[in-house]
Design a protein around this ligand. Structure first.
Ligand SMILES: Cc1cc2nc3c(=O)[nH]c(=O)nc-3n(C[C@H](O)[C@H](O)[C@H](O)COP(=O)(O)O)c2cc1C
Length: 358
């Protein structure tokens, strides 16, 4: 049996009659840090998909352990599973088929081996319908609390035993997190490598956004075309941001505080361990959380700087842990704000064929 990516044979990956192509088309709508889309896909035989990490799309400055990349692989798998179910297929997902990986390295071995198998007992999951509607919103949210009932409904939408959801809509907590998140953004952008990665995936103008097939820009903060034009051309063009990192950092810090302070609630996902399997599970859980939030009319926005794994963030990370009341034995994997907001434009994706590697 083949286990490694080198042994796989991609078979007509874009054949529309192949159910795997349809599933991959939905899977790539998953979220990923900076919209890097770090997924690498190969087909084996008639029903097998091998999923690995695309090393060229890692952001080692911002995500030095690749933890966020593995979370995004989990989100990809959740979409894949939902799309398979919707076509009457069962996705048999075998994580790390070549053996348990080292959590400090991003290895070349597959993250998952997935067989799509016909199964008359498979039922479609209504969350499938939310896949194309789910977008990360960086808008300021309306002044309206997310009710505890909504958090309860979200918890019921996934298997929370291994990846519990924490939630609060307490104003003091939201404001404390807003201040922390703003400081975390400043720390993130103070390092030249992390700053470079952020700029690499940030789209300053609509022209950049239209030609790129990854990253995100002002449209995802809800700015209209006129405002986007002025910001990208006059207020903070790429050239100014590149030559004056402090200007970009100041603007990012201010909007981070405003965004977080406008939250109608804060959610977080944690796991007992912090192994690759925990991160992939978190990604699956997070995707279901976001899809369910979307079904409930809630906007959602991850705020990951505070959870970053580089040494400079350790102090703030531990303050956050205390604020959330998460014990030392648990790893906070995702932190996000939720609330009410008008929709934002979707982020782009590369073409499905771009994810296939021989
Ligand atoms: C693990 C992970 C961490 C993320 N962290 C952040 C973050 O700190 N700030 C942010 O604005 N978006 C964050 N995002 C959202 C991505 O930027 C977003 O998924 C990507 O731009 C694609 O857009 P979409 O979610 O609308 O499809 C994160 C997503 C993932 C999967």
């Amino acid at each position: 049996m083949c286990n490694t990516i080198q042994e796989t044979t991609p078979v007509t990956p874009l054949d529309p009659s192949d159910a795997r192509c349809n599933a991959v088309k939905y899977a790539i709508l998953a979220p990923s840090p900076h919209n890097t889309q770090p997924w690498r896909v190969a087909f084996q035989g008639d029903e097998r998909i091998i999923l690995s990490i695309d090393h060229s799309r890692l952001i080692p400055g911002c995500d030095p352990l690749g933890r966020q990349a593995f979370i995004s692989v989990g989100a990809f798998l959740e979409n894949l599973d939902l799309a398979a179910k919707n076509s009457g297929l069962r996705a048999d997902i075998d994580l790390f088929p070549a053996g348990w990986p080292d959590s400090r390295l991003v290895q070349d071995t597959p993250v998952a081996r997935v067989d799509l198998v016909e199964d008359p007992h498979i039922e479609p999951d209504p969350l499938f319908l939310q896949i194309p509607l789910r977008h990360t919103s960086r808008r300021r949210f309306e002044k309206r609390k997310v009710p505890l009932d909504a958090a309860g409904e979200i918890t019921a939408a996934y298997d929370f035993s291994l990846v519990p959801l924490g939630f609060s809509h307490d104003d003091d907590l939201i404001h404390a997190i807003a201040d922390l998140a703003a400081d975390a953004m400043e720390i993130e952008l103070a390092d030249p490598e992390r700053f470079r990665e952020t700029l690499q995936y940030f789209r300053f103008t609509d022209a950049e956004a239209h030609t790129a097939q990854d990253g995100f820009g002002h449209a995802q903060s809800g700015y209209g075309p006129v405002m986007r034009f002025f910001i990208g051309r006059f207020i903070l063009p790429r050239s100014k941001a590149a030559s004056s990192p402090e200007s970009f950092s100041r603007m990012a810090k201010r909007s981070t505080r405003e965004q977080a302070a406008s939250a109608g609630g804060i959610g977080w996902l944690s796991t007992k361990g912090d192994h690759r399997v925990d991160q992939v599970r978190t990604g699956r859980a997070f995707q279901r959380v976001h899809l369910k939030a979307c079904a409930l009319g809630l906007a959602l926005h991850p705020m990951s700087q505070l959870l970053a794994d580089y040494p400079g963030m350790a102090g703030l990370r531990s303050v956050l842990r205390d604020l959330l009341g998460v014990p030392d034995t648990q790893a906070v994997q995702m932190l996000f704000r939720m609330g009410y907001a008008r929709p934002v434009l979707p982020t782009p994706r590369r073409r499905p064929g771009d994810f296939f590697f021989p």
